[in-house]
Design a protein around this ligand. Structure first.
Ligand code: A3P
Length: 300
């Protein structure tokens, strides 16, 4: 495939990662100024790997006393998931940290910041909990292509593919991003939970239980009997989320761009790469990930 320049967002190389230029200072401010509370949960992800879904599952599980998942007026039926959990890059770029102070505990926040660049207060000691989600890089490329094309209509799949391969796209290289969290999850298993989109899709209920337990809020016998886990899964399912009025219309206003809510709900499956990528592209990507992950215990 022909190499094309990826021009959508300027980027800045910082400590081995290509940070999106508009957020570079925000990420540094987050790193230096964020003070976690012990019961905070920091959701983290490589872009287009299931962030939106993780946000809904964690929000629904953690807020289940105040908002039973089956309730018709549940916040996730009225608000886009990104409105329920703040994005640190945007908060710190807009200098809106005060908003975080006003959030009740346990706070849920999200960032795409690589593990090595997280605030030290998060990565050391008893800090707080971190949940990471990643995905088959081939599906990530296809998802990212469709997402970015909405912002840059002339972008091609080949262009997206090459910027992932050379590591320069959004918070890349992806393999280093993933490995940072993978190693952290091995070193600090009580603090860092590492998830894969494919596993979540295969058995969502089991992962909702795992998440709740990890966050210190396991489902009780009474909740199990009442089918609360299944209600969380149902509330957050792709079809339900995609078809909500709030997710079919409206936009998220970030400091430097706005993006339609429906951009976060495309297909919601695994393996869609076969419909977009040539076998050569797929094996090239598999090869590079195999090489980078060799000996780490992680497979892409
Ligand atoms: P596809 O483009 O492959 O459909 P992110 O939230 O990190 O931006 O990732 C977006 C990807 O997650 C998109 O993948 C999107 O469709 C998928 N997604 C969003 N909500 C989901 C849900 N509730 N269940 C499963 N997948 C979901």
């Amino acid at each position: 495939p022909r190499k094309e320049k990826f021009i959508l967002i300027g980027r800045r190389l910082y400590k081995g990662f290509w940070l999106p230029e508009p957020y570079a200072l925000g990420i540094l401010a987050f790193q230096r100024r964020f003070t976690p509370r012990p019961d905070d949960v920091v959701l983290t992800s490589y872009p287009k790997c299931g962030t939106t879904w993780l946000k809904t599952l964690v929000f629904a599980a953690m807020a289940r006393d105040a908002y039973p998942p089956a309730a018709a007026d549940h916040p996730l039926r009225r608000l886009n998931p990104h409105a329920c959990i703040p994005f640190m890059e945007d908060i710190f770029t807009k200098r809106q940290e005060a908003k975080l102070d006003g959030l009740p505990s346990p706070r849920l926040v999200h960032t795409h910041t690589p593990y090595a660049l997280l605030p030290e207060t998060v990565t050391t000691g008893d800090g707080c909990k971190v949940v990471y989600i990643c995905r088959d890089p081939k599906d990530m490329v296809v998802s990212m292509y469709h997402y970015l094309r909405r912002l840059q209509p002339d972008l091609s799949l080949a262009g997206t593919f090459h910027s992932v391969l050379d590591g320069t796209v959004l918070y890349g290289p992806m393999w280093d991003h993933v490995l940072g969290y993978w190693h952290a999850s091995i070193a600090r298993p009580d603090r860092v939970l590492f998830l894969k989109y494919e596993d979540l899709l295969r058995n969502t209920g089991e992962h909702v239980r795992k998440l709740a337990e990890f966050m210190g809020r396991p489902f009780s016998g009474a909740e199990e009997a009442a089918g609360t886990v299944e209600s969380v899964v149902e509330l957050c399912s792709f079809d339900k989320m995609k078809n909500l009025d709030v997710n079919k219309t409206g936009t998220i206003e970030r400091k430097y761009h706005s993006i339609a809510h429906d951009a976060f709900f495309r297909k919601g499956v695994t393996g869609d790469w076969v419909n977009h990528m040539s076998p050569e592209m797929a094996s090239r990507l598999d090869e590079i990930f195999r090489d980078k992950l060799r000996g780490t215990g992680l497979t892409a």
